[in-house]
Design a protein around this ligand. Structure first.
Ligand SMILES: [Zn+2]
Length: 451
């Protein structure tokens, strides 16, 4: 990594993602992009200044880094340990016991695995929901990673008989941990703390209302799950006598600072609530498919003007954390759910970039190539016969439907190139793989579970 990130990246196709809602890519054009102090200083038809360090983009496509709206870093150690189960069983039999038996050391390995994988696959910012304990470890690893991360300890105070004993905390304890984290990262440039109720069923009504008030007082993001699986939606209706999003609205948890993962099963009335409150939906298509939850009505949300982001969710329910996969899945599923063309490839790209930036409260500095925005960049090589003949000014089809990780060549965070020629720099894969093996075995042993 160079000490200074200042440079001129020349001869690239700029895909600024700054267009209007119906044409979000903006004007794709060949040019250059200048990085100064980690930010985009200028872009367009530029010539090098005397002595300026120049990088040759060789006709590649340059996009803003992907921003994922919903990830669980702590779960990355558990990939492959909870396959082939529906949501509630997946949580009760595998994920909750495994999360509960994490310690700080194993959480650190999970976070290291997560942020390395995100960077390698072009995600330069993310919102993550961590477990009840050790969220501070994830925040610490995130701060060193170079990514921009909104994170938080998940809040659970309902002691469900299906939860491991001692996993839920009291409501005051949940808020105390959140407050401690918030204070630790107040004013941090890249790390922010979100109020993260796990989901409606894991929180008492009193805690949910207190969290809404606390988030409003400190202007925190609110990050939770909603309306993911039919069995979960039925359980919410049984407990509260109302639909899922009506409960969240009544508790004060909807609004422009809120991002809801999933929203697969919603009534017309609930969709009106999403639109009228400006709440973001984070669509997690691979997870919805793998847990058999259903097809989220994303094209309808888009038609109603509801903000949309994309997320990989947790490694045990995906089992990848790669935005290129979610892009393709989201676009294909929208065609099946609402008809081809109802939510085309360009909209998936918008959700993966500026939609994610909006979802994490960073729309003013992430998700687009604009002067003053952070130089979080992804360089794609679409010059491959297997991608067909790509018209360089119309790259959405190749990027969403055809390209894969191998076409993603370089990634920069804050102007520093951390992935080059498809390889994550300063990264010891062997060490991390060995540490992951040992940490996973230790968590399984503590939880009394087997592979
Ligand atoms: Zn999730």
């Amino acid at each position: 990594m160079h000490a200074s990130s200042d440079c001129l990246l020349r001869d690239v196709w700029l895909v600024p993602m700054d267009g209007p809602a119906e044409a979000p890519l903006g004007a794709v054009r060949r040019g250059a992009l200048r990085i100064r102090d980690g930010r985009i200083a200028s872009l367009g038809d530029l010539t090098a200044e005397p002595g300026e360090r120049c990088l040759d983009g060789r006709g590649r496509h340059l996009l803003p880094g992907f921003v994922q709206g919903h990830v669980h870093a702590t779960q990355t150690l558990f990939r492959g340990l909870a396959d082939d189960l529906p949501l509630l069983t997946w949580l009760q039999q595998r994920i909750w016991p495994l999360e509960h038996h994490h310690d700080a050391a194993s959480t650190r390995i999970a976070a290291e695995l997560t942020f390395a994988e995100l960077l390698r696959s072009g995600t330069t910012a993310a919102q993550t929901m961590e477990s009840v304990r050790h969220a501070e470890v994830v925040a610490e690893v995130a701060a060193r990673s170079g990514l921009t991360v909104v994170t938080g300890n998940c809040l659970m105070d309902v002691d469900d008989p299906n939860l491991p004993r001692g996993m839920a905390t009291s409501a005051p304890e949940a808020l105390r941990r959140l407050d401690e984290l918030r204070r630790a990262y107040a004013g941090h440039q890249r790390i922010a703390i979100a109020a993260s109720p796990r989901f409606v069923l894991s929180c008492s009504d009193a805690l949910s209302r207190d969290v809404a008030a606390y988030a409003a007082q400190h202007q925190l993001r609110v990050h939770t799950h909603a309306a993911e699986h039919p069995a979960e939606v039925a359980a919410v209706r049984q407990r509260f006598g109302r639909d899922y999003l009506e409960v969240l609205a009544d508790q004060g948890l909807l609004g422009p600072r809120t991002a809801l993962a999933h929203c697969v099963h919603t009534s017309p009335r609930e969709r009106e609530l999403l639109a009228s409150t400006g709440t973001t939906v984070v669509h997690c298509p691979s997870t919805n498919l793998k847990l058999g939850s259903g097809l989220a009505p994303i094209a309808d949300y888009h038609r109603r003007g509801i903000p949309i982001a994309l997320g990989a969710d947790g490694a045990p329910c995906n089992n990848r954390l790669a935005m290129p996969t979610e892009l393709r899945q989201a676009a294909l599923l929208a065609a099946t759910a609402a008809g081809p063309g109802a939510w085309p490839a360009a909209q998936a790209l918008a959700a993966a970039t500026r939609g994610g930036a909006h979802a994490i409260g960073r729309g003013h500095e992430l998700g687009q190539l604009r002067v003053g925005y952070r130089a979080d960049l992804v360089l794609w090589n679409l010059d491959d016969p297997r991608l067909g003949v790509v018209e360089p000014r119309l790259p959405a089809s190749a990027l969403v439907y055809s390209a894969d990780l191998e076409h993603l060549e370089a990634v920069a965070v804050g102007g520093h190139w951390v992935v080059e020629a498809g390889h994550l720099l300063d990264h010891d894969r062997r060490r991390l793989a060995d540490a992951a093996r040992a940490a996973q075995a230790a968590v399984l042993a503590r939880a009394g579970l087997h592979r």
